[in-house]
Design a protein around this ligand. Sequence first.
Ligand code: 0O2
Length: 264
Amino acid sequence: MEILNWKELLNPYEQAVSELKLKFENMMNEYKILGLYSPIESVTGRVKKPSSIMDKAKKKNIPNDKLEEEIEDIAGVRILCQFVEDIQKIVSLIKRRDGYDFKIVEERDYVTNTKPSGYRSYHVIIKYPINSVLGFREVLAEIQIRTLAMNFWAVAEHSLKYKYKGNIPEELKDRLVNCAEAAFNLDNEMSTIRNEITYAQRLNRIKDNLIASIIERVQTLYFVAKLDEMEEINKEFVDLWNEEDIDKLKAFDEKLRTMAELYR
Ligand code: 0O2
């Protein structure tokens, strides 16, 4: 294989990964700002290393001039979620952007069609538009969507595949299949208590936002209110904070808002 100008080849992929990551992170933040449950738990991205591209090209007999056409995951973005149900929600979010931010080329549902290795994940291959100083072009990118449990398994199996250069001993392979089944059962079990978990997370989010708002209001009041008034407010805040009653915290936040209004 001739020496390639890797920097020039990979630069558009770097751009695609960083833009895609930002777009999915923004979706995640939008859910949080709206006080809604985000199906996206976290987003990571990477550009495949030249050595991995060369390995894949060799394994699949891909010539240098066909790398960009035939290796679909040079740019890769991974979206993790808490529950299996979130995967389809994320796929719908991606489909809504189809034709605007990128074009969907292919979908591979390894969640329903588990690979013999035990691998589960949902892959969406897209064509991503790149506007660079050199002009416009499109690059292929792979979006992998999986639960935290699926990811735990895939990362571990990937390391073993690397260690054994793709030839994992049979006994270890069997164990990995068992682990994949355990991860599958864990996902199913978590789904049964999904409502309880998401409700608890929502309450925590509301409480965190309320506390942040109260602290900000108290800090503003320090500049205008009387010292004995502030002492009382601080004491009330500590008591309510220990009590952890959301309704009482809400009422206190409202009381501080009215106080600040009066001082204005
Ligand atoms: P890396 O190091 O993650 O970039 P294939 O020929 O099956 O290897 P193909 O045809 O490109 O792959 O498409 P596929 O099946 O959608 O796989 C693309 C990527 O999915 C892989 O990239 C892996 O990241 C992940 N993947 C697929 N199958 C498995 C599996 O059995 N175990 C794990 N851990 N990951 C898997 P690369 O290039 O293999 O590796």
